[in-house]
Ligand binder design. Structure first.
Ligand SMILES: Nc1ncnc2c1ncn2[C@@H]1O[C@H](COP(=O)(O)OP(=O)(O)OP(=O)(O)O)[C@@H](O)[C@H]1O
Ligand SMILES: [Mg+2]
Length: 282
């Protein structure tokens, strides 16, 4: 097991010490090799939940087991080893950038974990190459590039640490469709070819249906669904979750209702196309 939540609650503290509950009694197990998506309305607690996964937030109640560590940590226990195992790409990660140059920014994590300068540089360069950040940008300021490029730099900074679990909070929000596609392809490759465990927070049901294996739906700080992607979209109570249907399924509905094409649950354009080809007998 990579990460396990046991009855975890967390509330934010207001200026007068009042409490605002954000997640309540969360039980969740994430296995190594999972591709888990977390969705739900804005304010339902997704970001709060995932920030517990690398000890950025600590539970007020309950425990989070992260590999061999348990939150809340004991006194004197350091968070470094947890962050090395679980890399978190924030919602709007471009706010995390701070170094003078892009390469230095991406090197920060590996250096912080004790790698020598040249080793850190090597890891940073391979992460930049993976994200196709052009070499001529390496020595530029991360504040003088576009928002999409900044996002890629921030993601490279996390990948350079080679975490086993990648937690991605809305990684494609605000990216143009091509960059969003490229970034998702990279995460998918890390999952498929390098066995990384992926936790993806997203509002985008197309992304979720195409890439995730398992989906958790949150509502008002609680988990209201946890199951396979197929179980979610094929569940009779799907409409109760107020989630959008993925485009491929919407199109399938239309083709079934208007052209009598036999219904099949499809989760990507490719799957829909394969189904249509089979139907027309190609
Ligand atoms: N720093 C904070 N201080 C006080 N309350 C907060 C803080 N951050 C979030 N909250 C509250 O906690 C609850 C959960 O917020 P959270 O950011 O986890 O939701 P979310 O599901 O990630 O939303 P979104 O889809 O908009 O990113 C919300 O009611 C929010 O207003
Ligand atoms: Mg959020």
């Amino acid at each position: 097991m990579a990460i396990q939540f046991e009855k975890v609650s967390f509330s934010y503290r207001g200026v007068k010490d009042e409490r605002y509950p954000a997640i309540t009694e969360i039980d969740l197990k994430i296995n190594e090799g999972d591709f888990l998506a977390i969705c739900g309305h804005t304010g339902s607690g997704k970001s709060t939940l995932v920030q517990h996964m690398n000890a950025l937030l600590r539970p007020n109640k309950g425990r989070v087991n992260i590999f061999d560590y348990t939150l809340p940590l004991k006194k004197k226990q350091k968070v470094g080893p947890i962050r090395k195992k679980v890399g978190l790409v924030f919602q709007f990660p471009e706010y995390q950038l701070f170094e003078e140059t892009i390469l230095k920014d991406v090197m920060f994590g590996p250096l912080n974990f004790g790698l020598k300068e040249d080793e850190a540089k090597e890891k940073a360069i391979s992460a930049c190459e993976l994200l196709e950040i052009p070499e001529e940008l390496y020595h530029q300021s991360p504040f003088r590039i576009s928002g999409g490029q900044m996002r890629k730099v921030a993601i490279a900074g996390i990948l350079a640490m080679e975490p086993e679990v990648l937690v991605l909070d809305e990684p494609t929000r605000g990216l143009d469709p091509r960059s969003a596609y490229e970034v998702m392809q990279i995460f998918n490759k890390l999952h498929q070819e390098h066995g990384k465990t992926i936790v993806l927070v997203s509002h985008d049901m197309n992304l979720i249906s195409e890439y995730a294996k398992r989906v958790v739906v949150m509502k008002k700080g609680r988990i209201v669904f946890d199951g396979s992607k197929e179980e979610l979209f094929e569940a009779p109570q799907f409409n109760d979750f107020s989630l959008a249907k993925p485009e491929a399924l919407k199109l399938m509905d239309y083709l079934h209702e208007n052209l009598n094409i036999p219904y099949k649950y499809v989760y990507s354009d490719q799957e829909l196309l394969a189904h249509l080809k089979e139907y027309v007998g190609e």
